[in-house]
Structures are given as structure tokens and as C-alpha cells.
Design a protein around this ligand. Structure first.
Ligand SMILES: *Cc1c(COP(=O)(O)O)cnc(C)c1O
Length: 391
């Protein structure tokens, strides 16, 4: 049997490679500290689980859900956008659609808008799905390098006019995976203006909207006046409520963007289990800031352990204000791949090399804050014992 050609064009999924390597070492009996995968280690909050128990006992949740999400779910999402970001007036019927977690909706947006000969403007380094889904759709990626000297924001003036004219989608993600960088509303304004000029659908992957520290509250791109003319935003409960396995989120914004995505989805999936939608409604409608803080403070504490630990080993590093990651340079003289291999061989520490997220990630590695505090401390200790320092 032969795979379709499109599969041959897909680079190996970053985490599939990482998991394979880990399994090899685990089989050899090595105690691996896995700081590679951004999957929360804590359980979903108990009160959400209680909602699930009740919802699953209710037989009215058992049949096919509406493709676009239940009316109640879309209304809860619209209200949350207003309470959380001050984005008023989103129409639950035309400007919001449920998603089976963001990843599905991200992929299907490419199928809805990209065809052969079209460009997608994608962040580099970035979430690998933007690249692979461009390939699935038959388009061409134009990577926008995120450089430290630009605070990991793309330089729009570096995008050639002819590329911009052929671009259908521009992807951004702030707070950013993997760099932990933030964007201001002013930068979102520039993006909205750029996408209006070239008739591009601006896609903001907001997976970390709630995962911010030290009191910082990330903005929504839909706060920009006129953003709804060109922008859609992808929200997910995965990271904010330790719900990666539940698979629920929503996309909000431009009605044409939502309509295209919904049309693909209607033909591909059959929506989200209504009991899970009930849990999401509860999270969007009744969750207090304090409840969210109990999830977030765990990561903020871990961030401090890692940042202080790396600083004590000579790393030049400021604590990131958001995301589950610390993105940091490899010591001078190493490539990303060499340094990741060194950490694995000498310390049994698994981290993704920065270039795994795109060529512009070269020179960096990423630490995920999704393992217990004592394991993070042990990782720093192993590095210290192995004589690994920055510079
Ligand atoms: C985790 C993540 C997602 C996907 O989250 P879902 O579980 O599919 O909702 C999307 N984008 C980025 C940048 C992520 O890190």
C-alpha cells in the first residue's frame, strides 16, 4: 500500500520524534526528566469534573450535537469575550463556532482558505501545525522570523509585496509558543491594517490567553477597532483549565472566516460532545479569577524555579510573563540540536531544540513548565553537577 503524496511532504511531527527518543531511553532504564511537551500535569479542576458527572448522566447530551456548537455554548463564549476582553457584540450565530480544541480548527481553517499557489504567513519559530496544515492544503509557507531583537514579533516590512498579495492567511500567537513573547494592542493594530491592505484573514491563536503571570492580562486582537473585518481568534480551554484531553474551544470574529471554517467542519466532524460543552459553559460563565489563579500560580512558581536556576548557571534570562514555556538561548558554541543532545546524554533531560519550531528558532531551546517543582529543581541540579553553564 502507498501513502498519499501529501503525507510524504509532511515533516515528522516534532513531538512524535521527541516521544520516540524518550521511549528509547526509558527502555534502557534512564530516568528522563521530560521538559519537552506542553501538556499540563495537574488534573482538571474538581468543580468542572462535577459538572461533567451531571452532564453525562443527562441523556439529552448523548446524541449528535449541533455542528457549530450549542446555542448556549456560543452565547457563553460571546459573553466571555465581552467580560474578559471588552469585545462586545459578537453574534453567536455568525461570528462564533465551537472547535474540538484549537488544533482541529487551526487545521480546518487552512482547508477553508488556502489552495495551490496561495501563501500563508506563519511565525518562525511557531506551533508546527501552521506549517503542516499549509502543506496539507497545498499552499506555500512564508515564514516570518521572530527575532529576539524585535521582541519576537514579526517584521511586516520584511514581507515582499508579491508574497503579501498572494497570502490568504497570516498567523500570530501571543502570548507566544515557543518564545513566551507578548504583543501589544498597538502591534495588533498594525497587523489588522496590514491584513486589510492585502485582503488577508488574520488568524490569532490565543491558546495562552489566560496563562499569564505577575498580573498581566493578554489582550484580544478583536479589541482593535475594525478587527472583525479581517480577524478571527482561536480560544481553547486546554491550557487554562488543564483540559487538554477534553478537546474544546471556540473561534470568534470575522463572519466569513467563521463561515468557511464551519463549512469544512460540517463536512468533516460532528461537533463536540454536549456534556463537554456544558463543562465549557460552566468554565466561561462561572469561573472566578481566583479559580484561574490556582491553576496559573503553579506555573508561575515553576517559572521562577527554572529562571532562577538557569540564572545561577550563568544564563542571561528574564522571566517570561506568560505561557507554559521558558525559551532561552543555548550556550555559545553549540547549535540547538547539539545542546539538546548534550542535555539528554549528560543529564537525562529532554528538551526540544529551538530549530524544531522553525529555522529561526536555531540558537534556542524550550523548557516546558509542565512537570512537578522537584523535577525542575532536579533538572537544574543535574546541569550543575554536569558542569553545564552558559558561557
Ligand atoms: C497547545 C496549543 C494549541 C492547541 O491546543 P488545543 O488543545 O488543540 O486547544 C494551539 N496553539 C498553540 C500555540 C498551542 O501551544
Amino acid at each position: 500500500m502507498q501513502f498519499a503524496k501529501r503525507l510524504e511532504k509532511i515533516p515528522p511531527y516534532l513531538f512524535a520524534e521527541i516521544n520516540r527518543k524518550r521511549n528509547e531511553l526509558v527502555a534502557k532504564g534512564v530516568d528522563i526528566i521530560n521538559m519537552a511537551v506542553g501538556d499540563p500535569d495537574k488534573p482538571t479542576p474538581e468543580w468542572i469534573i462535577q459538572v461533567m458527572h451531571e452532564a453525562v448522566d443527562d441523556a439529552s447530551t448523548h446524541n449528535y450535537p449541533p455542528y457549530q456548537g450549542t446555542q448556549e455554548f456560543r452565547e457563553a463564549a460571546a459573553k466571555w469575550m465581552q467580560c474578559r476582553f471588552g469585545v462586545a457584540g459578537l453574534d453567536p450565530n455568525t461570528e462564533i463556532v465551537s472547535s474540538i480544541g484549537s488544533k482541529e480548527a487551526i487545521h480546518n481553517t487552512f482547508l477553508a482558505f488556502v489552495e495551490a499557489g496561495d501563501y500563508t504567513l506563519i511565525p518562525d519559530p511557531g506551533y508546527p501545525v501552521y506549517r503542516t496544515s499549509t502543506i496539507f492544503a497545498g499552499g506555500e509557507c512564508f515564514p516570518m522570523p521572530l527575532k529576539a531583537e524585535n521582541n519576537f514579533l514579526p517584521d511586516l516590512s520584511a514581507i515582499p509585496q508579491e508574497v503579501a498579495h498572494k497570502a490568504k492567511l497570516l498567523w500570530i500567537n501571543y502570548p507566544n509558543n515557543p518564545t513566551g513573547a507578548l504583543a501589544t494592542l498597538e502591534f495588533f493594530e498594525e497587523l489588522v491594517a496590514f491584513c486589510k491592505r492585502y485582503d488577508i484573514l488574520l488568524c490569532h491563536d490565543h491558546a495562552y490567553s489566560e496563562m499569564a503571570y505577575d498580573g498581566y492580562k493578554p489582550p484580544s486582537v478583536l479589541q482593535v477597532a475594525g478587527a472583525k473585518d479581517v480577524a478571527i481568534e482561536f480560544h481553547s480551554l486546554s491550557k487554562s483549565y488543564n483540559m487538554t484531553g477534553w478537546r474544546i474551544g471556540f473561534v470568534a470574529g470575522n463572519a466569513i472566516g467563521i463561515k468557511g471554517l464551519a463549512q469544512v467542519k460540517t463536512n468533516v466532524d460532528s461537533g463536540v460532545f454536549k456534556a463537554i460543552q456544558a463543562c465549557a459553559i460552566a468554565a466561561y460563565s462561572h469561573s472566578s479569577d481566583a479559580e484561574l489563579q490556582t491553576v496559573i500560580s503553579v506555573y508561575q512558581n515553576r517559572r521562577d524555579i527554572i529562571v532562577e536556576g538557569l540564572q545561577s548557571l550563568g544564563w542571561p534570562l528574564q522571566p517570561p510573563k506568560a505561557t507554559l514555556y521558558v525559551w532561552t538561548p543555548v550556550p555559545p558554541g553549540y547549535s540547538s540540536t547539539e545542546f539538546a543532545a548534550l542535555l539528554l546524554d549528560k543529564c537525562g533531560i529532554l528538551v526540544p531544540p529551538g530549530n524544531g519550531y522553525g529555522a529561526a528558532g536555531e540558537g534556542f531551546f524550550r523548557i516546558a513548565l509542565t512537570i512537578p517543582d522537584e523535577r525542575l529543581r532536579e533538572a537544574i541540579q543535574r546541569m550543575r553537577d554536569a558542569g553545564i553553564r552558559y558561557g
